[in-house]
Design a protein around this ligand. Structure first.
Ligand SMILES: Nc1ncnc2c1ncn2[C@@H]1O[C@H](COP(=O)(O)OP(=O)(O)OP(=O)(O)O)[C@@H](O)[C@H]1O
Length: 457
């Protein structure tokens, strides 16, 4: 007979009862302890953990109310909420039994007991207790995983008007359950923004999950998002929870939503309309308990006009819209973001002394950054690796250097932007020497300083 791992405590004022139950349970559990005095319960719990307590309901001679049992039941649950309690009494009182179960006891046994029934009850209680402990452990693991996963992600850095306005929108929209649509080019920080919304929402203790729905083929879309039951299709070897269920209590980012085919758009719309998902191979709808955020680099309005995106789906997902401008439209964010990545990569590559001189920052502000912040991040990492001195130089940016030097923002014909660009370029060319830059620009030093102030350079 293999012993289960259960730790059992027997509490009864009758020594004979204690002995006979101990002899009955001992062969089946890892440890069976006894006490004839319930006052010792707190001290016993101080020393040991118990999975199951078999507890008498009446300790004083003549007391048949069960009140003492109820008192100790509550006490044990307050000391150890996962411990399961089986009450035992000589007086079969259905009222007390019902009350004790309401108060959290698992079951109720009447003296004289049947050995088989008592053993089966304690075994069940032990299983329930261990499952509860497992769930608690998984929950705490999940909590630390959530915070560990979160740490990998950047805070939303930037002081441009656009980013300040986005921060305000996040503050307003995060506490609501509104579906948010985040628009912007690749690498502009759409996921960072989605995470900020999650972090400021009432679901922040839950998980944040991002799914690139655009990359899901028709064949796996439903099983990936809605889940399936074993045998629902040939490859369904076991039950699988879909992303909508896995992110329950948290936030689900449906990324690249503009790349969904029309049939899949229809399936997604049905889920969002009914707020229910049905796992493949089942008929049971499961309530959605997830905050939805969508993101795309596509122009969904234009796609609706071309018949490539469902208008009804667009109106389901764009209760609040956030548009993230490309990085070259907010050069004032570049120094902050660059400094942030410099700190990160100089630590990673053990070069904590590295500095970014003003002319190099100006130089970074001239480039068009088609890959936006992701590209800036990679450029900084490369420069930190390549740098031999204490200051990052334009040369450390290697292949970017050429592109940057020759890059001209031809798509900007706005005169102010062109002027700001020319000023940055001249300052960078003369390594921050304002007199030389002013001379090259055909301006006095004073005029150049005034313009630099105007453009926040
Ligand atoms: N404002 C920001 N501050 C700091 N880091 C940022 C910011 N925006 C983006 N990043 C960083 O830039 C990289 C790209 O960001 P993110 O993945 O959020 O962009 P995206 O718009 O979702 O890109 P894609 O469209 O390719 O999925 C990430 O490493 C992210 O941490």
């Amino acid at each position: 007979m293999s012993k289960s791992s259960g730790r059992i405590l027997l509490v009864d004022d009758d020594e004979f009862v204690l002995l006979s139950i101990k002899l009955l349970l001992e062969p089946h559990f890892a440890s069976v302890k006894t006490t004839n005095n319930p006052e010792r319960i707190p001290a016993l719990f101080d020393r040991d953990q118990f999975d199951v307590v078999v507890l008498d309901m009446n300790f004083r001679q003549g007391d048949t109310t069960g009140n003492q049992g109820l008192f100790w039941l509550k006490k044990i649950l307050s000391l150890s909420p996962d411990t399961q309690i089986v009450l035992i009494t000589a007086y079969a009182d259905i009222q007390v039994a019902v009350e004790s179960i309401k108060e959290g006891a698992l079951d109720f046994i009447v003296k004289p007991w049947q050995n088989e029934k008592l053993l089966a009850t304690v075994k069940t209680a032990n299983l329930v207790s261990q499952e509860k402990q497992k769930v608690r452990q998984l929950k705490s693991q999940q909590k630390s995983l959530v915070s560990a996963l979160d740490q990998r992600y950047e805070p939303l850095i930037g002081k441009s008007e656009a980013i300040s306005a986005i921060r305000k929108t996040i503050e307003k929209v995060a506490p609501t359950e509104a579906v948010v649509l985040i628009l912007g080019q690749n690498g502009t920080g759409k996921e960072v923004i989605a995470r900020e919304i999650h972090r400021h929402s009432t679901r922040s203790e839950g998980i944040f999950m991002a799914v690139d729905v655009g990359a899901l083929s028709e064949s796996i879309f439903e099983s990936e998002l809605f889940g399936h039951r074993k045998g629902a299709f040939t490859d369904a070897k076991e039950d699988r929870v879909g992303r909508f269920e896995a992110a329950a209590g948290g936030t689900l980012l449906l990324d690249e939503i503009g790349n969904l085919s029309l049939p899949l758009q229809a399936k997604l719309l049905t889920v969002l309309q009914h707020k229910k998902v049905i796992r493949l191979g089942t008929n049971e709808p499961i309530d959605l308990d997830v905050r939805i955020i969508c993101a795309t680099n596509c122009n969904l309005q234009a796609m609706v006009k071309e018949g490539k995106f469902r208008e009804d789906l667009l109106y389901r997902i764009n209760t609040v819209e956030i548009t993230v401008p490309p990085l070259y439209d907010r050069p004032e964010d570049i120094p902050l973001i660059a400094a942030h990545f410099l700190t990160r990569f100089s630590q990673k590559y053990q070069k904590p002394y590295l500095k970014l001189a003003a002319p190099v920052i100006t130089y970074l502000q001239q480039y068009r950054w088609p890959g936006n912040i992701r590209e800036l991040q990679h450029a900084l990492e490369r420069a930190v690796i390549m740098c031999e001195g204490e200051q990052l130089t334009a040369e450390d940016f290697g292949s970017f250097q050429k592109q940057m030097a020759g890059d001209f923002m031809f798509d900007h014909l706005n005169l102010e932007k062109l002027e700001a660009w020319a000023i940055r370029k001249a300052i960078a060319k003369h390594s921050g020497n304002i007199s030389h830059a002013a001379e090259e620009l055909g301006l006095s030093r004073g005029a150049l300083y005034r313009r630099m102030e105007t453009y926040g350079i």
